[in-house]
Design a protein around this ligand. Sequence first.
Ligand SMILES: Cc1c2[nH]c(c1CCC(=O)O)Cc1[nH]c(c(CCC(=O)O)c1C)Cc1[nH]c(c(CCC(=O)O)c1C)Cc1[nH]c(c(C)c1CCC(=O)O)C2
Length: 354
Amino acid sequence: MTALKNDTFLRALLRQPTDYTPVWMMRQAGRYLPEYRATRKNAGSFLSLCKNTDFATEVTMQPLDRYPLDAAILFSDILTVPDAMGLGLYFVEGEGPKFERPVRDAAAIHKLHVPDIAADLGYVTDAVSQIRKTLDGRVPLIGFSGSPWTLATYMVEGQGGTDFLTIKKMAYAEPALLHHLLDIIAQTVTLYLNAQIEAGAQAVMIFDSWGGALSHNAYREFSLAYMEKIVAGLIKQRDGSPVPSIVFTKGGALWLEAQAAIGADALGLDWTVDIGEARKRVGGQVALQGNMDPAILLSTPEAIEKEVASILASYGHGHGHVFNLGHGITQHTPPENAEAMIKAVKALSPQYHV
Ligand SMILES: Cc1c2[nH]c(c1CCC(=O)O)Cc1[nH]c(c(CCC(=O)O)c1C)Cc1[nH]c(c(CCC(=O)O)c1C)Cc1[nH]c(c(C)c1CCC(=O)O)C2
């Protein structure tokens, strides 16, 4: 494989010196880009974009061809994992992801097993290999998965964005049953991330999008403990290079100290926390990724530059910061506003690295 021409992102995750603060955006390949909407139309649906290697590669590259980003992220979805477990993923336009066969009781959960990654998720690792070839060392490729807790919320509730009462009732009334489910998912996610690493992923991110819905104690028991197991099970690249890991609990900024102790290299931050404060709390242990409110990208280039300057200044001098949004970019973002953010990071960050 070609040597990396730009390893700024990987160095920042390992808190090594860089010349500037690297930047990428969660959901950087997506509906805010007209070229994404065109490819999606050709593919017919979002899932056929994910399942076709050429389409997945094409949309992964689209934001990189437009902007000077420092990382690529595999185009896929966290819900490929429960789909591979047989739950029947589908998308309803305007309503988001759903499952035909949610697992709500002991009978359904006891029927689940760890899928055969090569057979059932081979389309994902094929995409990883093809994207690596297409990138040709331009920037590193991020592989990803959902956290066991976040995947379990979709599997038990049957859809996202609910009040989580079905799964929370299970957590409090039948904790052993939920632990059994989380354990199967954690085993699957470990194998899945390692298969992505074998196929060429150079960093991995675990999206715990719904961890913030848990209580202080339940978060540790039902979400963080499983992410800790996964991180401990991750392998290195074929050539022995480390694969930095990023753990992102949306709504989890109150618990950064606990997150910093699980062995991941970096923590993702949403916009509810001041990044300078977060650095004071955990910066000696982990790199930090974040944390601009994606809604700021709906404003003006001037407002965007001001916010970029404020986040960079708050993190301050030194290494270990990866600039990103605090959650995925929204589909209503004007592409030129994303460009204004990326350019501002490139222009304003070198002063913090001298
Ligand atoms: C919770 C979650 C999901 N998927 C994901 C998460 C975790 C991150 C988060 O909290 O947002 C992760 C994800 N989903 C997608 C990526 C691709 C890589 C990237 O560019 O970051 C990643 C990393 C593509 C996608 N995943 C999805 C889209 C939009 C699909 C489309 O083209 O219609 C994209 C680009 C679909 C999806 N998939 C999911 C949701 C809630 C939706 C949105 C549904 C909607 O808005 O209609 C589940």
